[in-house]
Design a protein. Structure first.
Length: 160
C-alpha cells in the first residue's frame, strides 16, 4: 500500500508576485486563495494545478512569517532544480502554451526553442518532454507518459 496518494504542493519564492501569478495562469493554473496575517498583505498564494495538487508561491518581499530569502535567483547547485507536470496530450499542450505567448524549450538547457507541437523530445524514460521556465528561472518539465515509458512499465497504475 502506498503511504501517500499524491504530491500535495510545491512551494516556490517569487521576486515579482504579479509576473509570477500571470505566468502560472498562462500555464493553466488557477489562483484559488491568498493568505495574509490578520488580513494584511498576502504572503502566500495558492494556485490549483489539478485536483488536489497545488503550487504555493511566496513573495520574497513582504511580511512572510516564515524564513525566506531577500531575493530569489536560479542556481545550478540547488538541491531541487525543477518540478514536472504531466499532460495527457503534449502536442495540444504545446499548441495552447505557445498561443498564450510562453517560450517552450526542447531541453532543460534552453538549447533549442520549441516552435511547433512536434518540437518535444523523448526522454530516457520514454516520456515525451519539453520545458518552460517561470519569471524567476524555475525550471518546469512538461511531460506525457506513453505505453512504453518506464513509469508506465514499472508503475502501471500511474498511466490511466
Amino acid at each position: 500500500m502506498d503511504l501517500f496518494k499524491s504530491l500535495f504542493h510545491v512551494t516556490i519564492y517569487s521576486n515579482d508576485i504579479d509576473k509570477t501569478i500571470d505566468f502560472y495562469e498562462k500555464l493553466g493554473f488557477r489562483l484559488i486563495f491568498k493568505m495574509g496575517e490578520d488580513g494584511g498583505v498576502p504572503w502566500n498564494y495558492y494556485m490549483k494545478i489539478a485536483n488536489g495538487q497545488y503550487l504555493e508561491i511566496q513573495p520574497v518581499k513582504g511580511d512572510n512569517p516564515h524564513p525566506h530569502p531577500e531575493s530569489t535567483k536560479y542556481y545550478y547547485d540547488q538541491t531541487i532544480w525543477h518540478f514536472a507536470l504531466e499532460t495527457p496530450n503534449i502536442k495540444n499542450m504545446i499548441e495552447v502554451l505557445l498561443s498564450r505567448g510562453l517560450e517552450l524549450w526542447y531541453d532543460g538547457d534552453k538549447s533549442k526553442p520549441v516552435t511547433s507541437p512536434d518540437g518535444y523530445m523523448v526522454g530516457g524514460d520514454g516520456c515525451m518532454i519539453c520545458w518552460v521556465f517561470d519569471p524567476d528561472g524555475t525550471a518546469i518539465e512538461l511531460m506525457e507518459q506513453s505505453e512504453t515509458s518506464m513509469q508506465h512499465i514499472y508503475d502501471p497504475e500511474s498511466y490511466k
